[in-house]
Each structure stands twice: as structure tokens, then as C-alpha cells.
Design a binder for this molecule. Sequence first.
Ligand SMILES: Nc1ncnc2c1ncn2[C@@H]1O[C@H](COP(=O)(O)OP(=O)(O)OP(=O)(O)O)[C@@H](O)[C@H]1O
Ligand SMILES: [Mg+2]
Length: 247
Amino acid sequence: MMKKNENIISMNKICKSFPLEIGGAQQVLFDVSFTVSSGEFVAIMGPSGSGKSTCMNIIGALDTPTSGVYELYGKNITNMTDDELAIIRNEYIGFVFQNFNLLSKRNVLDNVMLPLMYRGMSPDERIRRSREMLRRVGLENFETYLPTQLSGGMKQRVAIARALAGEPKLILADEPTGALDSKMGNEILHFFKELNNDLGITIIMITHEFDIAQYAKRLIHIYDGRINYDGVIPKSEDALNRKTHGK
Ligand SMILES: Nc1ncnc2c1ncn2[C@@H]1O[C@H](COP(=O)(O)OP(=O)(O)OP(=O)(O)O)[C@@H](O)[C@H]1O
Ligand SMILES: [Mg+2]
């Protein structure tokens, strides 16, 4: 059992470089260090290209750092094989992306059920649980729709139902409201807040909008691949800008 306040993410001097086509490499993350405890709700902000998604991909074991040590749920993932990483992701993490990443030829119910295929669960149990998650996000009447027949907000709710179906301990969301209008965005964030408060699910979310970040309890600000603020949510966007020197 994971206890509350247990350290679940530990990034220690993480650096990440990508090889450049013309030779050499571009360094994107520089000595990024922070920890996250179970039950936290963290927003990550920073300008476009500052390294937020790169950082999130490492947190989610979708990518590995060039140097530094990363521990997820007490396991050093730095030298794991792709298969081992996939097992960790499937067991612990629910992903929610800006562009939803739904399978366009599969209906809503199939999309939600898919990650449960690897859980050794009976088909009946997979269907039961997926329907329960669709009910939670208010889409119980849309099971047989294809993603193309849904609005952006509905697609994002399918993606959230899919993330929740696996009963993740950790939700990683990269601009979950980026493609939504502000009303729908706020609805999604209310839902995240409930998951965090009521179920204790740890949430780490990238956003460009200070209004959205305010749903979180902690803000990490990245600028040019370095953390330049990590603390409580500042009272206003101006206050955040002062703390990050306007960067
Ligand atoms: N797979 C990759 N290969 C090469 N370069 C990459 C790769 N992924 C990211 N980069 C580079 O790393 C830098 C940071 O990208 P990243 O996607 O992390 O930024 P971001 O903060 O998420 O930006 P945005 O707010 O626009 O999503 C960019 O210069 C980008 O070109
Ligand atoms: Mg990004």
C-alpha cells in the first residue's frame, strides 16, 4: 500500500539532450531536480519550447534521461528496458494528452477498455469497469460513438475515462485543456480536483494557463530547461512573473 506523502517521483539532476541532424546535440533539460509525494497536485508551466513535455515524458517513463537518476515508485528506471518501462506505465500511470490520442476507428467503449486488455481481467469485468468510468465522466450514452462523432471536450472525457479505468495512482496530463474552451476546461479541472481530493490520485499537469494551474496545489515553472520556481501557487499571474523574473 502506498502511504500518503510517500515520495513517488524523485528526479535527481536530470539532463536530456536530443541528437541534432547536423551533428552534435541540443540539450533541453539541465540538472532538473524535484520530488513529488503521493497525493500531490502539481502544475508545470513555462514558455513554449522550455522542456515541459520532455520532462513529462521522462516522468511518465515514455523516455529516459541522458544523465541523472530518476526513481519512480522507488524503482530506478534509468536503465530499464522498453518492456520493463511499459509494465511500470501500465501499472501506475494514466496519461491524458492535449490531442486525446484516441483510436479513431474504435468506438468510445473500446477506447476506454483497451488498456485493461493487459490487466488479466475478464471481458465482463473490463466492460463493467469501463462503463462505470464513462458514467463518471458523463458519457454513458455515447458508448457506441466513434471519436470523430464527439466534440473536443467529449473526446477529452473519453481519454480521462480511459486513464481512470486502469485505476492509476498517478495521472500525467500534458495540456489536458489545450484543445478545449474555457468552460469545458474548467469542468475537466474540477474533475481532476475531485480525483485528487477524494481518491488521493497524484496529478501532474502541464498547462499554459495560470487560471488552470490554480486548481493545483504546487507550481513548477520551467525556463530554458531549468526550474526557476517550485512552490505554492502564486496569488496572481503577476506574482508568478515577478517570481520567475518575467521569464
Ligand atoms: N524527440 C525530440 N527530438 C529532438 N528534439 C526534441 C524532441 N522533443 C523535444 N525536442 C526539443 O526540445 C525542446 C523542448 O521541447 P518540449 O516539447 O519539451 O517543449 P514544451 O515546453 O513542452 O513546449 P510547448 O509548450 O510548445 O509544448 C524544443 O526545442 C524541441 O524542439
Ligand atoms: Mg509541450
